[in-house]
Design a protein. Structure first.
Ligand SMILES: Cc1cc2nc3c(=O)[nH]c(=O)nc-3n(C[C@H](O)[C@H](O)[C@H](O)COP(=O)(O)OP(=O)(O)OC[C@H]3O[C@@H](n4cnc5c(N)ncnc54)[C@H](O)[C@@H]3O)c2cc1C
Length: 383
């Protein structure tokens, strides 16, 4: 689909497509083996060289200030082979914008991250639940000019190899962002293996970690008095991003299964000539294209200043559950070969499952939709 894209967006999409096919595809299975960190870091540097990390950064800070759609189509292309790289891009292209509100941390890290010389990530998941703010305990206390952090953060993408982690936590009931350099005394990270999307999670423990107060940033627009104060506070960043990864993932596995079904024969005919298989591909095509229409319409509304918060909550479960359905159907198209890890097909299903959970689960987004629809007793379940 290119009918909504400008010439510039089509050109960027083509760069992302060539990179994915020529450089990511030949090495992607490294992500699922012992060299996974090295693969992510190598590719992260290449994405920096290609300028992808600067796409969401404002022009005044040396970025390209690309429209939302541009970033989404890059995520989409990368995710046809490797959604984990799109996640890396999200963390290292979007999170640096937070550094713009933290001058001391910005001076040290901003350019390094955008050049691919350092990596960063964000840690928000409290063991009591990522959005269960009313049950969170305080992460920080103030001691003179320093915050002192004590607590844990789970399931953090990239934490085992990151140089800088923006830790989100409560101070006096309000969210703050704390820029934590991973060499800081009191910080320990354990690797937690996970089923897809590449490298291990980081499970982080913070024990009397000290960070200068003037390096940190208050974020009262997210949580105040231990309650989410703004529907969809952060989803401007993340529901569309994850949804475009789900779209790309579905397209990537679809293309592979379609080619396979055309070449694989049964009773002398391509498997693709079987009615049951044709119906399956026609339905998957419909799922992919309806998701694309919704996703890019929401992005366009956002770019035109007509943000629709409810649609932003709707697209995340719609797109990611669609990706699970498509990945499962495509895996079955490959028969036994689809179940073998070495063919690189079953990984799409494992990756898709992760997308339904990261950045708040489908259930949590449906709770938010119910709340925005004014259903009795409903409350925001996701940010
Ligand atoms: C691939 C991946 C990458 C991730 N990367 C990061 C990262 O980089 N940094 C980070 O901080 N975290 C990360 N996470 C963690 C992720 O954001 C959380 O796991 C996810 O948002 C769900 O939160 P939880 O695990 O606390 O679930 P819980 O809050 O413990 O939820 C438990 C169950 O209750 C349901 N539930 C909870 N609240 C509601 C509600 N209000 N309405 C309806 N149902 C509800 C959930 O659907 C779930 O079934 C990642 C997770 C994955 C899978």
């Amino acid at each position: 689909m290119s009918y909504f894209l400008t010439e510039e967006q089509q050109a960027i999409r083509d760069v992302a497509r060539r990179f994915t096919q020529a450089e990511v595809r030949p090495r992607v299975m490294e992500l699922y083996g012992p060299g996974s960190h090295r693969f992510i870091l190598d590719m992260g540097r290449r994405m920096a060289e290609l300028g992808f990390l600067r796409l969401p950064i404002p022009e005044f800070a040396g970025g390209l200030q690309a429209p939302r759609t541009t970033l989404l189509i890059v995520y989409e292309e990368l995710s046809k082979e490797c959604p984990a790289l799109a996640l890396h891009l999200m963390l290292n292209g979007v999170l640096p914008a937070i550094l713009l509100g933290m001058p001391a941390a910005k001076d040290k890290w901003f350019e390094k991250v955008l050049a691919g010389e350092a990596t960063m990530t964000g840690a928000a998941t409290d063991p009591r639940g990522v959005a269960n703010f009313s049950e969170w305990s305080e992460l920080a206390v103030l001691d003179g000019d320093n915050f002192v952090l004590n607590g844990t953060r789970n399931y953090c993408t990239g934490a085992p190899y990151a140089d800088l982690i923006i830790v989100f936590g409560l101070y006096q009931g309000t969210t703050w962002a704390f820029p934590l350099e991973t060499g800081t005394p009191g910080f320990v990270v354990r690797e937690d293996p996970k089923m897809g999307l590449g490298t291990t999670f980081g499970a982080m423990t913070l024990t009397d970690v000290r960070i200068a107060r003037d390096r940190c940033m208050e974020m009262p627009g997210w949580v105040k008095d231990k309650q989410m104060v703004q529907a969809n506070g952060l989803s401007v960043i993340n529901t569309l991003d994850i949804s475009s990864m789900a779209l790309g993932l579905a397209e990537g596995v679809f293309e592979k299964a379609f080619d396979y079904a055309r070449e694989r024969t049964n009773a002398g005919q391509p498997v693709l000539s079987l009615g049951a298989i044709q119906a399956k591909f026609a339905q998957m095509k419909a799922q992919i294209e309806t998701t694309r229409c919704l996703l890019f319409s929401i992005a366009r509304l956002l770019e035109e200043g007509r943000q629709d918060k409810m649609l932003e909550h709707i697209i995340k479960p719609v797109a990611t559950e669609m990706a699970v359905d498509v990945a499962r159907q495509c895996m079955q198209t490959f028969g036994g070969a689809g179940y073998c890890t070495e063919t690189g097909i079953e990984r799409y299903l494992r990756d898709a499952m992760g997308l339904t959970i990261g950045e708040c689960t489908s259930d949590m987004h449906w709770s938010s939709v119910a709340s925005l629809m004014g259903m009795p007793g409903a409350r925001l379940g996701s940010f």
